[in-house]
Design a protein around this ligand. Structure first.
Ligand code: B12
Ligand code: SF4
Length: 494
């Protein structure tokens, strides 16, 4: 059975093209059992060949689509295309884990997988083999595929499906796998790595033509930030063993020619001892000549000076921190981040002392914000002075505490959200809450960009960067949107 694992891209994230580890892991699992698998990532394929053209030229029996919330509309469109080409469609990923029924009501969606997919996808393939043996035919109609319970569909944990009468079932959830080391490595070799971008932002010193791989050393995060959407892993955390991570890292460096590596864990340093052990192992195994970065935030409260020193020696180039807000009351009572401004200051100081590049993420317009708290955030960004400050608008994702709060007290959307508008990168406020209106949030957000980036030393630094000139049109457009607020407002309600 030929299986295509696909990510339906949109223009949402236009500055970065990273390999899709969810698809990589599914491919690893399927390949380990001898299935024929290909990965098709619209982010790097669409400019050469659309999904329809691909499927016309090269048909697949099964097309699997992965979607976070802002990409679900693209996934539905891609499923329609796949069905038109006679494939069985399976959708999975964060949004499907949150709202499986919504997608099961779409005729172009045959099956939905909730939660982690490595085992579920294998069980589906076994049931499908039985089903197709009996039917000996492919579905070429636009109507949903109906499945015979005799083939065990009801026993597959984490699966949503339809029986022969069209009734939708949501089987029980699949427990998370305890032992991450038992999961086959993601199939890095299937990605067209030369088409992906380097691990920007902050590309100084990183190769513009990089072979940039990413790695997941742990899954999940036990913190409960009120805006964070973690449907797949919930509040759990599981780390891979150092040996297991190092084996994959060595494969990337020694066999696949990685020239930079990004750790994409939610929180790779939750277990500080393990984080330090990983650094020691990278040094010992001489893997520290390839620069690596933490793509997302490290948790500031699980750090110390020694960790950053070790990271530097182990080849780390850049660290990111989720700082979020400059007001301790907001951090404690609204964002519930489990960290204080003082902890942020310490982590930033240690990282800079270790000569790591620093990146800090800030969020504007959380419910309960006011002009003063946003001003404190700007002041903190100026004080910390990271190499890159990433200011973002609060975006309400279903299933989060913030979503529930906004449903009760905020000016929010109808129930029929336009999911594609939920891009975190948007420079427009998604909602107003109490006394705080969208215009004030947007004014402070743009002010933050101007006050941070339009300082003479910043401008000089940006102009010195090779990357600025190599991607000049992109930076010009971003600057117009972020500094001057020239982007168009798009409503989040339909
Ligand atoms: C790395 C990352 C990125 C990278 C790379 C994205 C990519 N192409 O993979 C970058 C920086 C580009 C990025 C961008 C965005 N991201 Co992001 N990202 C992550 C992060 C931190 C790790 C993803 C990862 O590798 N996970 C590990 C793998 C193994 O897990 P997984 O992807 O969930 O896949 C498993 C299951 O979900 C399932 N599965 C997944 N797909 C499918 C499909 C099928 C058919 C099946 C059967 C199973 C299945 O099986 C997989 C293996 O177990 C997650 C947080 C997280 N911990 O997941 C956020 C996260 C996925 N991102 C999120 C968001 C919102 C975005 C953006 C939309 C941000 C924006 N601009 O607005 C964009 C979307 C870009 C895109 N094209 O997808 C949210 C999604 C929330 C939601 N409700 O959907 C998350 C959960 C972060 C958060 N907590 O809010 N992201
Ligand atoms: S620490 Fe990061 S990953 Fe964990 S809940 Fe908060 S925002 Fe989400």
């Amino acid at each position: 059975m030929k299986i295509l694992l696909a990510s339906p891209e949109s223009a949402i994230w236009n500055s970065r093209k990273h390999i899709h580890m969810g698809l990589g892991y599914l491919a690893g699992s399927l390949l380990s059992q001898g299935y024929e698998v290909e990965i098709w990532d619209a982010a790097v394929e669409e400019e050469f060949e659309t999904l329809a053209e691909k499927l016309r030229r090269d048909p697949f029996e099964v097309v699997c689509l992965s979607a976070p919330t802002p990409l679900i509309v693209n996934a539905w469109q891609a499923a329609t295309v796949a069905k038109q080409h006679g494939a069985i469609t399976i959708l999975g990923g964060p949004h499907l884990t949150l709202m499986p029924h919504e997608s099961m009501e779409k005729p172009q969606v045959d099956l939905v997988v909730r939660g982690e997919g490595e085992t579920t996808i294998l069980e589906i393939m076994q049931a499908l083999a039985q089903e197709l043996k009996i039917k000996n035919e492919k579905s070429v109609s636009p109507s949903p595929q109906l499945f015979n319970p005799i083939n065990g569909w009801g026993n597959i944990l984490g699966l949503s499906w339809r029986d022969l009468s069209g009734k939708i079932y949501h089987n029980s959830a699949r427990p998370l796998k305890d032992d991450l080391d038992a999961i086959p490595f993601p199939s890095h070799q299937l990605f067209k790595i030369e088409r992906y971008t380097n691990l920007n932002p902050l590309t100084d010193g990183l190769d513009m033509n990089a072979r940039a791989y990413t790695i997941v050393t742990s899954r999940g995060c036990p913190y409960k930030c009120t805006y964070c959407s973690k449907p797949v892993t919930g509040n759990s955390w599981r780390g891979r063993s150092v040996d297991n991570v190092i084996a994959e890292w060595a494969w990337l460096v020694n066999d696949l020619g990685a020239t930079e590596i990004g750790i994409t864990d939610d929180i790779w340093n939750l277990d500080k001892k393990r984080a330090k052990a990983l650094c020691h192992a990278l040094i010992k195994e001489k893997l520290n000549h390839v620069p690596w970065v933490t793509v997302h935030g490290m948790k500031v409260n699980n750090t110390d000076a020694e960790l950053f020193e070790l990271m530097k020696q182990a080849g780390c180039k850049r660290v990111g921190f989720g700082v979020e807000n400059g007001d301790d009351w907001m951090l404690q009572h609204v964002i519930k981040k489990g960290q204080t401004v003082e902890m942020v200051r310490s982590a930033m100081k240690w990282a800079k002392t270790a000569q790591l590049e620093t990146m800090a993420f800030f969020v504007f317009g959380m419910p309960g914000e006011n002009e003063q708290s946003m001003e404190k955030t700007i002041q903190l960004a100026l004080e910390l002075d990271p190499d890159l400050a990433h200011f973002m608008m609060a975006a309400p994702f279903p299933g989060t505490e913030m979503w529930e709060m906004l449903k009760k007290h905020g000016d929010v959307f109808s129930d029929s959200m336009d999911w594609s508008q939920l891009a975190i990168q948007s420079e427009k406020a998604h909602f107003s809450f109490g006394e705080l209106d969208k215009e004030t949030v947007e004014r402070k957000f743009h002010e933050a960009h101007r006050r941070f980036y339009l300082r003479p030393k910043r401008i000089a630094r940006i102009l010195r960067r090779k990357d600025t000139w190599l991607r000049f049109p992109y930076y010009l457009k971003t600057a117009a949107n972020m500094l001057l607020g020239l982007g168009e407002r798009k409503s989040t309600a339909t």
